[in-house]
Ligand binder design. Structure first.
Ligand code: DC
Length: 228
């Protein structure tokens, strides 16, 4: 069976990482959550006082960008966790504050260039599933299998609401929906590597798909590409 590169792009809260993780596990491939890397940069800025509601200290971030080292390690339960300069930050990067910061630092060209460089190194030997926004267009333009995953903003807001409720939070639906729409807008309209479907990507709209249906579609596509 041929070893390939799988790029999964799409809007936030579409279930990209669930899909990518499952495929990587089944195929015995490396899984990389590229969004976690932008979140780690956001956390690094917050920790240093370089990111507030209104400002980013771009000069300091640029001066220090090469000191940011992001890696992934699999924990005892088989789950991939994000490390920032050797420290496990998996829980810290999942807050709304860090997510909003990630959406802002990801508009900066020098941040993208550094993270893309690190991502391309991770994919040197193929056998990788990476999810994000620019994986099929910029990071791995020659990936054999490219998926563009989408779902309506309302469905994604509802999914995010359910996730937050599971953690005991009680967010307001309208506020969550507004945040989904704001982040979509920023992801699609930034000047640097905006979220776009690659010409050769296959679109999957999972608004009305069960997880099993989605899994079956992906498995069929993966098998086609690896048996070619
Ligand atoms: O997928 P996520 O929500 O964890 O991503 C966090 C932010 O990083 C999101 O606003 C989009 C951005 N991002 C990006 O610009 N490029 C990527 N390859 C992955 C994420």
């Amino acid at each position: 069976m041929k070893k390939i590169t799988v790029a999964i792009d799409g809007f936030s809260s579409c279930g990209k990482s669930t899909m990518a993780k499952e495929l990587a596990r089944e195929a015995g491939y490396i899984y990389v959550d590229s969004g976690a890397m932008y979140r780690a940069v956001s956390l690094f800025c917050i920790q240093n006082g370089w990111l507030t509601d209104t400002d980013i200290n771009i000069e300091e971030l640029e001066r220090n960008i090469e000191t940011i080292h992001i890696s992934f390690k699999t924990n005892n339960e088989g789950k991939s966790e994000t490390y920032l300069n050797g420290k496990n930050v998996e829980n810290e990067i999942r807050t709304l504050e860090v997510a909003n910061g990630a959406s802002r630092v990801s508009t900066l060209g020098f941040v993208r260039r550094e993270l893309v460089r690190q991502q391309q190194l991770m994919g040197d030997d193929k056998g990788i599933v990476m999810d994000g926004r620019d994986i099929g267009t910029v990071v791995f333009p020659t990936a054999e299998l490219k998926i563009f995953l989408t779902a309506s903003p309302e469905i994604r807001a509802k999914r995010r609401l359910d996730e937050m409720a599971e953690k005991g939070e009680t967010p307001d639906y309208e506020a969550v929906l507004a945040n989904v729409i704001e982040r979509d807008d920023r992801d699609q309209n930034r000047a640097e590597s905006p979220l776009r479907k690659a010409n050769d990507a296959i679109v999957i709209d999972n608004s009305n798909l069960t997880r099993n249906e989605q899994r079956e579609i992906l498995r069929t596509l993966f098998n086609e590409k690896t048996l070619e």
